[in-house]
Design a protein around this ligand. Structure first.
Ligand SMILES: [Zn+2]
Length: 307
């Protein structure tokens, strides 16, 4: 298992954001690269630092350039058992994947130590539950990259760290999305013989309209009343629709089927959440259920790149 301290993540994210200011156009963003130091114990790797190496429009580390690399790492540290355990680089706004060049670089690292790994960070992918990076190794017989599990040495909210850094660096405050617990399993709610569900596309194109439907199913027509508020993250409600964030809506009817259609446009490359909160379902006996939030998640379609 690979273990990463929060401070190491924070420092590399700071370096990444210094080269990809969210207030500037993404074409001005630059990729960054760093060397990952750590200690190896059997099969586990404890990361101790990511040392920034450089940034630019086309970044790669020539690891044969030892003089440059080692001038950045104090020899005291190597005496204390820290070794180069991998490399980290950024794909600002481009998504998390390993390109052909990345695969070749990684194979060079793995030829030095089989546990070496490559970390790819895209700051635009950070939310409260995702640190915005993946760790990869490459299968040397097929040259295919695969993701490797990692742990943080402490629990924290990734988006809060991102937000603190953008405030420090650019005086930019981004509202922190609330934690949306176990969302994926919660797009259907069953209560007695009433089933409420949110349905929509798992992947959506950027800047194009898409729809999420709220459906109610019953075995036969019966009275129901459904009230809720709508919360949306990383998408805007299309202007054609009358829905607004946090306003209370209700549907009262005997006819099951589609209760509402939310028309949305993805506003950035982060995961999109639509959540119905303060949800209450009432049946003909006036019995009602105060439901947990009902949520739906979509993933913006990532644009491939040959970086
Ligand atoms: Zn890359």
């Amino acid at each position: 298992m690979i273990q990463i301290p929060k401070e190491v993540y924070r420092n590399f994210l700071r370096f990444a954001l210094e080269n990809a200011n969210p207030l500037e156009k993404s074409r001005k963003w630059r990729e960054c690269i760093g060397l990952i130091l750590g200690r190896i114990n059997g099969e586990s790797v404890n990361v101790t630092d990511i040392v920034p190496i450089g940034s630019g429009s086309s970044v790669f580390v020539d690891i044969s350039d030892y003089e440059k690399v080692f001038s950045l790492i104090s020899f005291d540290r190597i005496d204390q058992g820290e070794v180069i355990v991998g490399w980290a680089h950024t794909h600002p706004g481009l998504g998390l994947f390993f390109s052909g060049t990345d695969i070749q670089t990684q194979l060079t690292y793995q030829s030095m130590h089989s546990l070496s790994f490559g970390l790819v960070l895209d700051p635009t992918k950070i939310d409260s539950q995702s640190p915005g990076f993946n760790i990869y190794r490459v299968d040397s017989s097929t040259s295919r990259p695969y993701t490797v599990d990692f742990l943080f040495t402490e629990k924290f909210n990734f988006f809060s760290v991102y937000n603190q850094l953008t405030k420090e660096l650019f005086d930019l405050e981004v509202p922190i999305p609330e934690m949306i617990p176990e969302l994926t399993a919660k797009n259907t709610l069953v209560w007695k013989n009433i089933t409420l569900s949110l349905e929509g596309p798992a992947e959506v194109p950027l800047n194009e309209r898409f729809y999420i439907k709220l459906l109610l199913k019953t075995p036969h027509p019966q009275f129901f009343r459904v009230t809720y508020k709508v919360k949306i993250y990383n998408a805007t409600l299309d202007y054609m629709e009358e829905f607004t964030n946090n306003q209370e809506y209700f549907h009262e009817s005997f006819d099951p089927g589609t209760l509402a259609v939310f028309s949305l446009i993805a506003s950035n490359t982060n995961r999109i959440f639509l959540q119905l909160i303060d949800l209450k379902v009432t049946d003909y006996n006036q019995r009602y259920l105060d439901s947990p939030a009902l949520g739906f998640e979509s993933q913006p379609r990532s644009e491939m790149s040959n970086l």
